[in-house]
Ligand binder design. Structure first.
Ligand code: COA
Length: 285
């Protein structure tokens, strides 16, 4: 589906969308949907080559693009990226906090630094970006979209770090919606379900468990990055002008069946990793 069949291709003309972690995956899909509707796009991330490749795809859709290497854990780098965006593209109207990190690990094996790393990227990174963008969003009466996850409200095995980070993001989102509404700034979260072809799915589920996982989703399939992009476009658009403080779950109904099916995939992934490690140790002897 091309989003411009449903929304005006000028919906975001003259507006700039700044996306953390915008170089790949769901975040790049979000960027492309905004670009298709006339937005200028700024993306930040840790890897220049990944950002350059994404920028090429966005320019091909007609967007003016600003690229900044910035780790969301570093406030000064984010502030510089936002200042560069304002200088190059004129304003910041929508902030998408999408940068995230994840890996499967049993809680009893997770180090304090491992836990902190995901809190720093996901939760602190989302606060840092929101805080750094505040004055510009206040000027434009803009909006913020957080990319959350089902781990925020439902326990998923081997992801205690992510659960804490994403639950924090959704509560922070509500606090910011409460405090910044007076400036016309709307804040909302999207909870993507299993999205095909993403780094997240590669990291979190064994391929042979995906068929079962998919069968457990009421809509009977995984989602696409475009389906998350479309929801982001809606939330940032005037159609959602009275929507703030909302968590918009976009998962084909996956959460209705609980996380058990997802956990089966994670279990298989962990078992395969443990078997591979054992084989390596064996062959090294
Ligand atoms: N299992 C257990 N602990 C792990 C781990 C794993 N698979 N991967 C990293 N860690 C721990 C490390 O051991 C380290 O802790 P320690 O100092 O106590 O040993 C800590 O996490 C930081 O690891 P490091 O590799 O230095 O972090 P980083 O900042 O370079 O990378 C990650 C961040 C770990 C989140 C990395 O996976 C990443 O860059 N991910 C980005 C992409 C991504 O996850 N996308 C999917 C989003 S859904």
């Amino acid at each position: 589906m091309n989003i411009s069949s449903y929304f005006s291709s000028e919906l975001f003309k003259g507006k700039t969308v700044f996306i953390t972690g915008g170089g790949s995956g769901i975040n790049l899909g979000v960027a492309k949907n905004f670009a298709t509707l006339g937005a200028n796009i700024a993306i930040c991330g840790r890897t220049q080559a990944k950002l350059d490749s994404a920028a090429g795809e966005l320019r091909a859709l007609g967007a003016k693009v600003c690229v900044a290497v910035a780790d969301v854990r570093e406030m000064a780098a984010l502030e510089a990226a936002l200042a560069q965006t304002k200088a190059e593209l004129g304003s910041i109207d929508v902030l998408v906090c999408g940068a995230a990190g994840n890996f499967l690990v049993p809680a009893e094996q997770l180090s304090a630094n491992g836990f902190k790393t995901v809190i720093d990227i996901d939760l602190m990174g989302s606060f840092n970006a929101s805080r750094a963008a505040f004055s510009q969003l206040k000027e434009t009466r803009g909006s913020i979209i957080f990319i959350s996850a089902g781990q925020a409200y439902m326990p998923y095995a081997y992801q205690v770090h992510v659960a804490a980070a994403k639950a924090g993001i959704d509560m922070m989102m509500k606090n910011l919606a409460l405090e910044w509404g007076r400036y016309g700034i709307r804040c909302n979260s999207i909870v993507p379900g299993p999205i095909e072809g993403t780094e997240g799915m590669k990291r979190l589920s064994s391929p042979d468990a995906l068929a079962q996982l998919t069968a457990g989703i009421p809509l009977g399939r995984m989602g696409t990055v475009d389906e998350i992009g479309q929801v982001a476009v809606f939330l940032a658009s005037p159609l959602a002008s009275y929507v703030s403080g909302t968590v918009l779950v976009t998962d084909g109904g996956q959460n209705l069946a609980g996380s058990a099916l997802f956990n089966m995939g994670a279990e298989k992934m962990m078992n395969a990793a443990a078997a591979a490690a054992k084989n390596n140790t064996g062959s090294a002897r």
